[in-house]
Design a protein around this ligand. Structure first.
Ligand code: 8X3
Length: 247
């Protein structure tokens, strides 16, 4: 039986999640790749010698099966599953989309963290990384449903760090700004590729998923007594949420 420390990455089917699974595997973890889309995580798990577990983080029964598959000890949990749906101003926003965003970005983190805390504790040196966003720190027009949810996820991290103080578990909030992934903006705009492409148009070098994955791997590689509370990562071209250099 492998003695490699175990890492769980949610939302591992694409983007930052898939890149993080690869980076942690490279660093010696046995990575449990969790996501809804089975085909993608099976391919990823095959590639990195990990384990694929089909999981919907918004469904507690599905998350219980993930915990079952993880087993008694867990070194690293990366709460990465999340997303934005829509960019409508508050006056015309669809409450159903807001509910979906709260569900996946906040309750998803709650379900997975609750289910895996015993295993993180049992490892004697656990780490919970939650991937939030610069949207957990700023407001922007049309973004309130997403920024509210990501602010919520950030508060889950902050509260957990207080509640677990004295225990062998570190808590990190990783907050990326503009990352050009295959799906984030396409999902946000319901598959409208033109609108999705416009987000990154002319930006010389937005971040890519691997940039964030490397940061997460670095956080995980710090000695046990070093807690990186928060890490905000933006491309050089993005000085602030609204201040983006385009050519
Ligand atoms: C993604 C960053 O600016 O689209 O989490 O909210 S932003």
């Amino acid at each position: 039986m492998s003695t490699a420390p175990v890492a769980v990455v949610t939302g591992a089917s694409s983007g930052i999640g898939a890149a993080t699974a690869r980076a942690l595997s490279r660093d010696g973890y046995r990575v449990v790749c969790a996501a809804r889309r089975e085909e993608r995580i099976v391919a990823l798990a095959d590639e990195i010698g990990g384990v694929a577990v089909t999981c919907d983080v918004t469904d507690p029964a599905s998350v219980a099966e993930l915990a079952e598959a993880v087993g008694p000890e867990l070194a690293v949990l990366v709460n990465n599953a999340g997303g934005a749906f829509g960019l409508e101003p508050i006056e015309s926003a669809d409450p159903a989309l807001w509910r979906r965003m709260y569900d996946v970005n906040v309750l998803g983190v709650l379900h997975v963290t609750q289910a895996l805390l015993p295993a993180l504790r049992a490892s004697g040196d656990g780490l919970v990384v939650t991937v939030t966003s610069t949207a957990a720190r700023n407001a922007y027009e049309g973004g309130a449903g997403y920024t509210a949810a990501k602010h919520g996820a950030r508060m889950v991290s902050e509260t957990l760090r207080l509640e677990l103080c004295g225990e062998p578990i570190r808590i990190t909030d990783v907050a990326p700004g503009m990352v050009h992934t295959e799906e984030f903006s396409t999902v946000r705009f319901g598959g409208d590729q033109e609108r999705a492409d416009a987000v990154y148009a002319g930006v010389p070098d937005p971040l890519v998923a691997e940039d964030v994955a490397e940061a997460i791997a670095w956080v995980a590689s710090r000695p046990a007594h070093v807690n990186i509370d928060e890490l905000v990562i933006k491309p050089r071209a993005q000085a602030a949420q609204h201040k983006v250099h385009r050519i």
